[in-house]
Design a protein around this ligand. Structure first.
Ligand SMILES: Cc1cc2nc3c(=O)[nH]c(=O)nc-3n(C[C@H](O)[C@H](O)[C@H](O)COP(=O)(O)OP(=O)(O)OC[C@H]3O[C@@H](n4cnc5c(N)ncnc54)[C@H](O)[C@@H]3O)c2cc1C
Length: 289
């Protein structure tokens, strides 16, 4: 059943400190749900599947905005929208796979509201930015009244839609270390149609090619093929130290069965997802060549 709007409450703090205090206090008296762009929450609200009635509006919190470049990487504020990411000149130059993912999240209207922290906290295994963050060794900064924590992106998800985030913690930003010099980034989303679909398989690859022509620093990260975004560690190992040719692609494809366990669901089936995942590694290697 749809939710009646008149029964909903919106709390609008002016500072992150006030937001964290309100979130903490709400554990005892009617839990607040953080609200960013609302592009996931409004869908749940409309469907009547959202338990919460009280919302913490993050949008006035300037401290959670902004994209800042450092010498060692970049810090992206929790409230950065995919439109901001997609159009950011420095990100386009240094993190093109993230920009490519941002450009394929919904349409322009969704990209103008949807935030990167919302994509992370919504914790869908089909979230399109998540394999990119995984492949780039991202670190998620979270804060509560108890202080700040840094969580390696690869350790953030404990299981299906279950992330290591306490009910009174907010994501404040995401840090992406500068990839190794010469790293080759690759992003590809495969859905039912070319645009505006939920991913059947989403992939980010990253690697460098050493002096002898062999692959190094190999990252193969997938979404929609397991309960959480995953790195294909066996396939990465199969590629490391080899030239990015057909033999390497075949070895990686064979190893992939140990890394991912796609399921049959309404969007696709296991067999299709396995084949597509292997094809995406092929495409990545071809791009690397
Ligand atoms: C038409 C449509 C198309 C879409 N297409 C895509 C797509 O192609 N690819 C894709 O990946 N997604 C897609 N989405 C899903 C959605 O747009 C993204 O997941 C988006 O990034 C969510 O961000 P938001 O700011 O809107 O989050 P919200 O809806 O505001 O929040 C989502 C969740 O994150 C929590 N949250 C938000 N910010 C924080 C924070 N700072 N700290 C802690 N928790 C927080 C909220 O409490 C909530 O649980 C689509 C949605 C729609 C409606």
């Amino acid at each position: 059943m749809r939710s009646a709007l008149s029964t909903l409450e919106l709390v609008r703090p002016r500072t992150v400190a006030a937001a964290l205090a309100a979130l903490h206090d709400s554990l005892a008296n009617g839990r607040l749900t953080p609200l960013a762009g609302g592009t996931d929450l409004f869908v749940y609200l409309n469907a009547g599947t959202l338990a919460g009635r009280r919302f913490l509006d993050l949008t006035p919190l300037a401290e959670l905005r902004g994209i800042r470049a450092g010498r060692d990487g970049v810090r992206i504020g929790a409230l950065a929208t995919f439109r901001e990411i997609r159009t950011h000149p420095m990100l386009r130059r240094r993190f093109p796979a993230l920009v490519a993912a941002a450009a394929e999240i919904g349409a322009w209207q969704i990209q103008s509201r949807a935030t990167i922290a919302g994509n992370i906290a919504n914790a869908s295994p089909a979230g399109d930015s998540l394999p990119v963050l995984l492949a780039h060794d991202a670190v998620v900064r979270v804060r509560s009244v108890r202080g700040e924590r840094a969580i390696e992106f690869g350790k953030l998800y404990r299981g299906y839609r279950d992330l290591d985030l306490a009910a009174d913690e907010l994501i404040t930003g995401i840090e992406l270390p500068e990839p190794p010099r010469g790293a080759i980034p690759f992003f590809r989303k495969v859905g039912t149609r070319r645009a505006q679909s939920i991913s059947k398989v989403v992939f980010c690859g990253l690697a460098t090619i050493g002096r002898g022509g062999a692959l190094e620093h190999v990252r193969l990260a997938f979404g929609s093929v397991a309960p959480v975004p995953v790195r294909a560690l066996h396939a990465e190992q199969a590629l490391t130290g080899r030239a990015p040719g057909a033999a390497a692609a075949a070895a990686a494809r064979a190893a992939l069965a140990q890394d991912i366990a796609p399921i049959d669901d309404i969007r696709s089936d296991r067999e299709y997802r396995m084949i597509v995942a292997g094809n995406l590694i092929d495409q990545f290697l071809r791009a690397a060549r």
